[in-house]
Design a protein around this ligand. Structure first.
Ligand SMILES: [Zn+2]
Length: 235
């Protein structure tokens, strides 16, 4: 069977640092100084809420009852549908990442962290490993590079501006102020750290030479207008 010809990225040499999340599907910092948050589509969030309601009902149903069995089937059905929606959305995002970038950098999840909460939902857990597997397969086909941070790399706790490990360990904190005085957006800061990690040494210098401003903007340290907010992966 003929192998599809690799397609060159629309932004040659561009590196994307991605923080995968729960509220936003992905937060991305690019080496060209742009950034974006990609929200999960509305219909996916609606399905998630429906699933949560059904699970709650099931947990209250009497053990061994006919009603419980009915609810169990219902939960399984909604669970499968929700997982499918998430998978479709993830595939669209993967296609776009491959189409636009040469290098894609992301964290490596620790299971303990997943259990603790941020990735506590089973769909998200399964979605994560599937996302990485599919991204790596597609990257191999098109000659892109996927960089995985070391599993202990503190992408969310490290300040992208001064490199101090001053960030929150709690997952609820969306914004924080580093000891260096810079106020940061949790997800943009994490994405920026992952971006910097994947930059070739010369590129890091170039990013630094362009001034602190780029890093500040990428890490969400300045007002929102400085960043780009696209949401092309909606269906
Ligand atoms: Zn700092």
């Amino acid at each position: 069977m003929p192998v599809p010809a690799p397609i060159a990225p629309t932004h040659p040499d561009r590196v994307a640092g991605i923080d995968l999340g729960l509220t936003d599907l992905a937060t991305i910092a690019y080496s060209d100084g742009t950034r974006e948050k990609i929200a999960a589509p509305k219909h996916y969030r609606a399905a998630e809420r429906k699933l949560a309601r059904a699970q709650k009902k099931l947990s209250r149903a009497q053990r061994g009852s006919k009603n419980r069995e009915k609810l169990r089937v219902e939960v399984a059905r909604i669970h499968a549908r929700t997982a499918n929606l998430r998978r479709d959305h993830a595939r669209q995002l993967i296609s776009r990442l491959i189409r636009e970038n040469q290098t894609i950098s992301l964290e490596t999840l620790r299971v303990s962290a997943m259990v603790r909460g941020r990735y506590g939902k089973s769909i998200t857990d399964a979605g994560w490993s599937q996302f990485v597997t599919e991204l790596e397969a597609k990257a191999a086909t098109h000659g892109r590079t996927v960089v995985r941070a070391d599993r202990f790399f503190p992408s969310t706790r490290l300040c992208a501006i001064c490199n101090t490990k001053s960030g929150p360990s709690s997952t609820d904190v969306r914004q924080w102020t580093c000891t260096c005085g810079i106020h940061l957006d949790r997800d943009y800061n994490a994405a920026t750290n992952l971006l910097v990690l994947a930059l070739a040494p010369g590129k890091v210098e170039r990013l630094n030479a362009c001034g602190r401003d780029i890093r500040l903007r990428l890490a969400g340290a300045v007002s929102n207008e400085a960043g780009t907010r696209r949401n092309e992966v909606t269906s």
